[in-house]
Design a protein around this ligand. Structure first.
Ligand code: ADP
Length: 384
């Protein structure tokens, strides 16, 4: 095979997702996920075993990773801190710096570094590139990026609003411009990335001016298992009065909150069914999720002053008809009208779902972070 392929790796604490992408055609050649890494009952003890397992899965599909025309390995890294805001060719010095950044993102960066190290070991001849989830938001205006806390503390500890899901927000806003047939730099947009993690962004002429996640991916929208915005007072109240330690509180806010914490499920298909059967906890979870989302849409309309498009993406945004309807219902006066039939029509590609008379276009755009990462890899290699 003479095609140029990029292996994109998203290495989490207990799972490793991979996709083999052809960056020029945009086609995915193969993809998969290895789960339960390091868990007691699992046959995958660590990330090295997981990557071997991934190569076996590719071999089952007739793809030999050594001879398939691999030109780069792209690694999704959640936190780039202040230093990394471009796709970056990995070497030992960069990896050391990424390790230092793990204090900023203790839940997310260590498993990514682990994935990088084993992939470099197993594929030593191939260039490895890190693509950062924070990169797109590096240039947020200071007024949006700054927390109103003691500035010396903030500076000493690199505390600012970094934003995450940047690869998705950038890709989706670009696709939305294509669907609308207008230059990206002429458009103001709101992008709602609603997956298990969820975030919103306001983008003016292709440049982000606001986003809902902050120092960590915990801030902002209500998510599958994360609380999103809460009064920080809750944290020291729990610490002081409920005798929860910092790990308990972090774990609760990240893993046992959001819609899961409110109703026992973070699968919106299940939540829809539960609501249908009269489950009041599921109804409240859904209402809290939608309320927060509408609050952000309103805020971002005000931040932008004028927007041309509101775009849904992510597993929920791409698939959940009710969420899209309820997130934007009753906003005709603000210029947003979703067409009920277009919204409900079974479809999978990028599409417009607003009514003909809607001043602001409403779109659904499937995200494709793997393709965006693969293309970033190719651009870094072209420069170096
Ligand atoms: P991740 O943040 O893990 O990448 P995804 O973007 O894949 O998440 O979104 C996963 C979520 O999408 C699921 O938890 C589920 O709630 C939701 N979802 C997926 N398919 C559907 C569907 N057909 N209808 C409603 N929700 C869906």
């Amino acid at each position: 095979m003479d095609s140029r392929l990029v292996l994109v790796i998203n290495s989490g604490s207990s799972s490793l997702k991979f996709q083999l992408v052809d960056p020029s055609s945009g086609q995915s050649r193969a993809s998969g996920r290895v789960e339960q890494i390091g868990e007691a009952s699992s046959s995958v003890p660590d990330h090295e075993a997981a990557l071997h397992r991934a190569f076996e899965q590719l071999a089952d599909e007739g793809i030999d990773i050594q001879t398939c025309g691999l030109v780069a390995v792209g690694h999704r890294v959640v936190h780039g801190g202040n230093d990394f805001y471009q796709p970056t060719l990995l070497n030992d010095a960069v990896i050391d710096k990424l390790k230092e950044l793990s204090t900023l993102a203790p839940l997310h960066n260590p498993p990514a570094v682990e994935g990088i190290e084993v992939a470099r070991k197993l594929l030593p001849e191939i260039p490895h590139v890190a693509v950062f989830d924070t990169a797109f938001f590096h240039g947020l205006p200071p007024a949006a990026a700054t927390y109103a806390i003691d500035r010396e503390v903030a500076q000493a500890w690199q505390i600012r609003r970094y934003g995450f899901h940047g690869t998705s927000h950038e890709y989706v806003s670009g696709q939305a411009a294509e669907v609308l047939g207008r230059p990206l730099d002429s458009l103001n947009q709101i992008v709602l990335h609603l997956g298990n993690g969820a975030s919103a962004s306001a983008i003016a002429g292709g440049r982000p001016v606001e986003t809902s996640m902050g120092l960590t991916p915990l801030e902002g929208l209500v998510m599958g298992t994360r609380s999103g915005d809460i009064d920080p007072g809750v944290i020291y109240y729990l610490w002081r009065s409920a005798q929860m330690d910092v790990e308990d509180i972090e774990s609760m806010l990240n893993h046992r909150s959001g819609v899961l914490g409110l109703c026992g499920s973070n699968d919106f298909r299940k939540i829809g069914e539960l609501i249908g059967s009269g489950d009041s906890a599921a109804k409240l979870a859904y209402d809290v999720f939608i309320h927060r989302l509408r609050k952000y849409v309103g805020a971002y309309l005000a931040v932008l002053g004028h927007t041309d498009a509101v775009t849904f993406t992510g597993g929920i945004g791409e698939n959940d008809v009710a969420v899209r309807r309820d997130a934007l219902a009753g906003m005709a006066e603000l210029g947003i009208e979703v067409d009920e039939d277009l919204n409900a029509a079974p479809a999978s590609g990028a599409r417009v779902i607003s009514a003909t008379g809607s001043r602001i276009a409403v779109l659904v755009v499937p995200t494709n972070e793997e393709l965006a990462i693969a293309r970033d890899c190719v651009s870094v290699m072209a420069e170096s």
